[in-house]
Write a new protein. Structure first.
Length: 297
């Protein structure tokens, strides 16, 4: 039996990666790990690694608490599921803490016990920020690696990312809508929160991926097309799996809607204009949502 395809979905942030994880997790020909974002390849820096380990340890404690509660309430099926998730998290923590010279512990965590699947994957949007050398190391871990980069309408992605940051950082006294627009204002006028723009720099990321990943092993997919029969068929053909109907029809983690201030929208579109035009020239025909926003830019 051929080794499974190792899929890296490297972003973009707020472009449908959670929906993709759920689709592949539920797909009968795929075996996705219990942890969506492994953060293995972006944590070789000691400080960043320790920060990620701290977050994983918190999640591990939460899983153990959920298992105890499920056991107390007689939900045996959930106890078994939590055991699997706990064991996978412990193995991932060990891989990040141990010797990472040859990536064997990570490979064992990701590939172990999943040989019957056609596709396994690590869906970590932050990987889009990695260097050429790091991406090449990922590419060479297995002979069957493939890379997927989801791209969403630049303004929609930017605003969704801003709202996510506002939700995470909002203090009890702050108004969510006002905080979201304040973040956008700082990006446009003060050059703050540049990491939000970096996560959606499609020209930079796509050029880098095309330098490192051979043709046929890289798919640039419009996130908007994932929710069409044609777009889903393209994804499944790329991965070599049959197309099945998704259980969840629309994107996850969108959060409550917040209105962008009219005075900020034109400037945001102007900032992103070259991204629209570059993608149109170098990736393919733009989905309607992209065309509409480009017309307003």
């Amino acid at each position: 039996m051929a080794a499974p395809t190792l899929l890296y979905c490297v972003g973009a942030t707020k472009a449908g990666t959670t929906w993709l994880y759920r689709y592949l997790h539920d797909h009968p020909e795929c075996a996705m790990p219990a942890v969506k974002e492994a953060h293995y390849w972006d944590t070789f820096d000691a400080e960043r690694c320790e920060k990620q380990l701290a977050a994983f340890r918190v999640r591990l404690r939460e899983m153990r608490a959920a298992k105890v509660q499920a056991d107390a309430e007689g939900r045996g099926w959930q106890v078994e599921n939590m055991d699997r998730r706990i064991n996978e998290m412990k193995a991932l923590i060990a891989a990040l803490e141990g010797d990472r010279a040859d990536d064997s512990a990570y490979a064992a965590w990701l590939l172990g016990g999943r040989d019957a699947a056609k596709v396994i994957g690590d869906i970590t949007p932050n990987y889009a920020t990695l260097s050429d050398d790091a991406l090449a190391r990922m590419r060479d871990l297995s002979p069957n690696t493939k890379f997927l980069y989801l791209i969403r309408d630049p303004l929609d992605r930017l605003w969704s990312h801003i709202r996510m940051q506002a939700r995470r950082q909002r203090q009890e006294h702050e108004v969510y809508e006002k905080k979201s627009n304040n973040i956008l204002y700082r990006i446009l006028n003060r050059g703050h929160e540049q990491h939000i723009l970096e996560r959606g720099d499609y020209p930079k990321v796509i050029r880098k991926l095309r330098r490192v990943i051979p043709e046929g092993r890289l798919l640039i997919q419009f996130a908007e097309d994932l929710f069409t029969a044609e777009g889903l068929a393209r994804l499944c053909a790329f991965l070599g799996i049959k197309q099945v109907a998704p259980i969840v029809a629309r994107p996850a983690n969108e959060g409550p809607e917040v209105v962008m201030l009219d005075k900020l929208r034109p400037r945001a579109l102007g900032l992103l204009n070259e991204h629209y035009e570059w993608v149109a020239r170098n990736v393919g025909p733009l989905p309607q949502r992209w065309q509409d926003n480009l017309a307003r830019a």
